[in-house]
Design a protein around this ligand. Structure first.
Ligand SMILES: [Fe+2]
Length: 240
């Protein structure tokens, strides 16, 4: 089994596997964006609901084109539903849900950022293998281009003052501040005084700033990119 970051490809390393993974990623994106379309709420509901409607609908044509290319090249079993659904449910969607903390807009943003990485790596791998027909080259380029527009729209949205700032539970400084807020809210001021008297917030902040900076590989493919950043030669991540 080949490990790509935390994603395990269970199929044999092949051009078919690369395209199946790409198809699965697009289907997962469609599934997740559609869900986000239903789950957005609040002041910017209408704009978010409409934006996500536009994004998930645009994926249908992209998925359809790729699935038809797979069938033409590798036969109809290459798009069998069960392996696609399993990869989505067991690998891709849990990563996205953990990363976005179930915030529908952050989820959409993370999906689009991940898709760009997947397009890039799929393109480079297929090109290196000499498996990039003119049609496939054009296909990947055009979907990458369309999804860059999605990224632009979502980034504009998340930078707007109306956007909800997600609480970062992986940041200890934010955690200790959150704890103090909760303690104060519940009139546990003695405990707050104790924390300040013993300089706990400062110590946590200092420890966090001086932490050993090892990359956290929660993004699909990020580990691969980090490891290969300075290498000129493109490694083939789909090859055993
Ligand atoms: Fe709808």
């Amino acid at each position: 089994m080949k490990r790509i970051s935390h994603i395990h490809l269970q199929v044999s390393a092949s051009n078919k596997a690369v395209l199946q993974f790409l198809l699965c990623s697009l289907r997962a994106a469609h599934w997740l964006h559609w869900t986000s379309h239903w789950q957005v709420k609040g002041k910017s509901f209408y704009g978010d609901h409409t934006l996500l409607d536009r994004i998930y609908n645009s994926l249908i044509e992209e998925i359809d084109s790729l699935a038809e290319k797979l069938v033409a090249e590798f036969g109809s079993e290459s798009v069998d539903p069960a392996p696609q659904a399993q990869m989505m449910a067991n690998k891709l969607i849990p990563i996205v849900e953990a990363k976005s903390m179930r915030d529908p807009i952050l989820r959409a943003l993370f999906v689009e950022e991940s898709l760009q990485k997947i397009f890039k790596i799929s393109y480079e791998v297929l090109k290196q293998r000499g498996f990039l027909s003119l049609g496939m080259d054009d296909y990947i380029m055009s979907i990458a281009n369309a999804h860059e527009t999605n990224l632009y729209l979502l980034r504009q949205r998340t930078e707007s003052p109306m956007s909800k700032k997600a609480f970062n539970k992986e940041n200890p400084t934010e955690l200790i501040n959150q704890l103090i807020k909760v303690l104060r809210k519940n009139a546990m001021n003695e405990l707050v005084d104790y924390l300040y008297k013993n300089k706990i917030p400062q110590k946590v902040n200092q420890g966090w700033r001086e932490r050993k900076k090892t990359p956290i590989h929660s993004d699909p493919f990020q580990k691969y990119f980090d490891e290969n950043e300075d290498k000129n030669k493109m490694k083939d991540p789909f090859k055993y």
